[in-house]
Design a protein around this ligand. Structure first.
Ligand SMILES: Cc1cc2nc3c(=O)[nH]c(=O)nc-3n(C[C@H](O)[C@H](O)[C@H](O)COP(=O)(O)OP(=O)(O)OC[C@H]3O[C@@H](n4cnc5c(N)ncnc54)[C@H](O)[C@@H]3O)c2cc1C
Ligand SMILES: *[C@@H]1O[C@H](CO)[C@@H](O)[C@H](O)[C@H]1NC(C)=O
Ligand SMILES: *[C@@H]1O[C@H](CO)[C@@H](O)[C@H](O)[C@H]1NC(C)=O
Ligand SMILES: *[C@@H]1O[C@H](CO)[C@@H](O)[C@H](O)[C@H]1NC(C)=O
Ligand SMILES: *[C@@H]1O[C@H](CO)[C@@H](O)[C@H](O)[C@H]1NC(C)=O
Ligand SMILES: *[C@@H]1O[C@H](CO)[C@@H](O)[C@H](O)[C@H]1NC(C)=O
Ligand SMILES: *[C@@H]1O[C@H](CO)[C@@H](O)[C@H](O)[C@H]1NC(C)=O
Ligand SMILES: *[C@@H]1O[C@H](CO)[C@@H](O)[C@H](O)[C@H]1NC(C)=O
Length: 529
């Protein structure tokens, strides 16, 4: 369909909405989609159980299963007309083609961890392609590669690898319910990324359904699109069906420790030292710090800041202790604080499980992250003490703030910032993720206001021109794409996520999806000139 027709359909939707009860126009689009979807496959039996409407018994359960941020479960948040759960690739292809002909917008969800709910919420009539049924993982230990379907979770990936080998791993995030569809297309880092790079850096082939419903692989999509989906976000370019990735070697024994320090226990000086060494440690040693607030009777406000220094070391406790003694004696790590274990047990530990739990806990797909708002920053110069002091005062105003400070350096500094769309490489000491959690929707505004205040406070201490941000921690405060947003306007947030890669992404977008069919509030706009 020509770009003009798409625009006309969208225009008529807008016009209809203003004169008709919303439900009837939604219903027309839905009926037209369903007619197309079931008829165009020839045999209607092939679509049975694949599309759930709001009256289907499966609809609410599906919606709940991917609404990971309960902020978007509120009844006031728009809901999809349909959830399509493809059981085969041709279901995705037909869903894309029928979306175009019916005028329903499409959103694609894999693990549902999108921070702004963009994979499952839209303000115009839409349906969701939920890849939950496409999640097979095929490991080839001989070539040290795996084909992973987009609906698989990281936990399923780690489990599958561990089931084949004790000396292979994969460098991706620590939350096992995160989906590979979103995670790998936005970058993806975890406890071994300083040694091996991002999850996206391991991708060697991919399958994607494009705007014309065509199934492409690396050869047929070409190197531009293949580059774009390894950090530029899949949702601007098509529906990712599967990734082929390289596995990485891990030693049979790794070592972890976790040392929390409160302000009284000297957290400030230890944190100041951490800022100067964390990115310079060898790639085998990942040592992040996590700031939070705990109750304290010795403090006048009844609370204190705690900073937890948590490490994963790809090696034995002996060599870890000597590294720590040489580089970070201030932390006072002792042998008793360290635990040797297999790599897959370290995955359990960083996921919050006990290392003695059965590995099958990694296969659980249930669970939410509660209500939360997050933002991100990159730090290129250590934050001075005065800045840290002020930051901690702001943290003490909240009940459940969490700051995760992730050191870069090592392998991350060796990869060029143009290699993939993810530009946060050499020069980033550490990334910050700011998180705040709360319980009820009535409190939402209060906590979001607090988060914005914190973000404003941090400006002098973090990267500038642009003030960088991580796409996988997507943040609509940085600016919203209205659908007709120009490239120049979108640069405000585009440069934050992608730096100079943003222009190349926008040109690739113009080539592969000129009608801007795959879009959301922060999708990449097409740049034609
Ligand atoms: C509790 C929690 C822990 C996290 N931990 C980490 C971490 O350790 N490291 C890290 O790097 N990040 C982490 N993240 C962020 C995570 O990487 C992103 O939220 C990621 O985008 C989630 O992918 P998903 O498939 O689960 O999400 P979804 O919500 O399904 O998708 C996210 C985005 O990708 C798009 N998308 C999803 N699947 C496809 C597909 N098949 N084709 C095209 N587009 C698709 C969606 O449309 C949406 O725009 C964490 C998030 C949470 C909530
Ligand atoms: C669809 O399924 C029904 C019930 O199983 C069967 O009777 C019918 O022949 C099938 N139709 C086609 C076209 O396969
Ligand atoms: C583990 O791997 C074996 C083959 O090595 C396979 O038969 C089995 O199904 C796998 N288990 C799971 C749960 O994937
Ligand atoms: C680290 O080990 C020492 C010595 O056994 C112990 O006193 C201390 O409590 C441990 N710290 C933590 C955080 O476990
Ligand atoms: C901290 O104190 C508050 C209020 O006094 C209380 O509601 C909360 O449960 C306490 N938290 C912990 C972890 O003890
Ligand atoms: C998920 O389900 C399992 C098994 O039913 C249960 O033990 C676990 O507590 C659930 N997890 C969450 C976060 O709800
Ligand atoms: C990273 O940048 C610094 C400063 O520009 C430079 O000295 C160093 O060689 C770079 N590191 C790598 C691995 O390219
Ligand atoms: C974009 O669309 C909005 C409303 O949909 C409209 O108000 C605005 O003028 C449009 N902007 C451009 C540049 O077309």
């Amino acid at each position: 369909m020509a770009p003009l027709n798409v625009k006309l359909i969208l225009l008529s939707i807008t016009v209809f909405i203003s004169v008709l009860p919303a439900s009837s126009i939604y219903f027309d689009l839905e009926r037209s989609f369903l007619q197309c979807f079931s008829s165009s496959l020839g045999n209607p039996n092939l679509t049975i159980g694949v599309a759930s409407t709001q009256s289907s018994s499966s609809y609410n359960l599906l919606l709940q299963s991917f609404t990971r941020n309960l902020r978007f479960s509120d009844s006031k948040v728009p809901k999809p007309n349909l959830v399509v759960t493809p059981k085969a690739i041709y279901h995705i292809q037909k869903a894309v083609l029928c979306a175009k002909s019916s005028g329903l917008q499409v959103r694609v969800v894999s693990g549902g961890h999108d921070y702004e709910g963009l994979s499952y919420v839209s303000n115009i009539p839409y349906f969701i392609i939920d890849l939950v049924n496409l999640r097979s993982i095929t490991i080839d230990i001989h070539s040290e590669t795996a084909w992973i379907e987009a609906g698989a979770t990281l936990g399923e990936v780690y489990y599958a690898i561990a089931n084949h080998s004790k000396i292979h791993g994969f460098p991706a995030g620590s939350c096992p319910t995160v989906g590979v569809g979103g995670h790998l297309s936005g970058g993806g880092f975890g406890t071994i990324f300083r040694k091996y790079g991002l999850a996206a850096d391991q991708i060697i082939d991919a399958k994607i359904v494009d705007v014309n419903g065509k199934l492409l692989d690396r050869t047929s999509m070409g190197e531009d699109l293949f580059w774009a989906i390894r950090g530029g976000g899949g949702s601007s370019f098509g529906v990712i069906v599967a990734w082929k990735v390289k596995l990485v070697p891990v030693p049979p024994k790794v070592t972890i420790f976790n040392i929390p320090k409160t302000i009284d226990e000297g957290a400030a000086n230890i944190f100041m030292k951490w800022q100067t060494i964390a990115d310079k440690l060898p790639g085998e040693l990942f040592l992040h710090s996590v700031m939070g607030v705990v109750n304290s009777s010795s403090s006048s406000v009844g609370k204190t800041v705690t900073v937890s220094f948590t490490a994963l070391y790809l090696g034995s406790v002996d060599s870890l202790l000597s590294l720590m003694q040489k580089n970070f004696a201030e932390l006072g790590v002792q042998r008793e604080n360290c635990t040797e274990m297999s790599w897959i047990q370290s995955v359990l530990s960083f996921a919050g499980f006990s290392i003695d739990d059965p590995l099958e806990v990694l296969l659980q797909r249930n669970g939410t992250s509660g209500r939360f708002k997050a933002k991100s920053d990159y730090v290129t110069e250590p934050i001075p003490m005065i800045g840290v002091d002020g930051l901690w005062k702001i943290l003490l105003e909240e009940n459940s703030p969490v700051l995760i400070l992730t050191p870069y350096g090592a392998r991350m500094s060796e990869i060029s910032e143009y290699e993939t769309p993810f530009p946060h490489r050499n020069g980033s000491i550490y990334g910050i993720q700011y998180l705040v959690y709360w319980d009820s929707n009535e409190e939402t505004q209060k906590h979001i206001d607090w988060m914005r205040k914190l973000y404003a406070y941090m400006e002098p201490y973090v990267s500038k021109d642009p003030r960088a941000a991580y796409l996988n921690y997507i943040d609509l405060d940085l600016g919203v794409n209205r659908g007709n947003t120009t490239y120049e306007e979108a640069k405000v947030w585009g440069l934050k996520y992608f730096k100079y890669n943003f222009e190349r992404l926008a040109r690739i977008k113009a080539k592969v999806d000129p009608s801007n069919f795959f879009r959301h509030e922060q999708s990449i706009p097409p740049l034609f000139k």
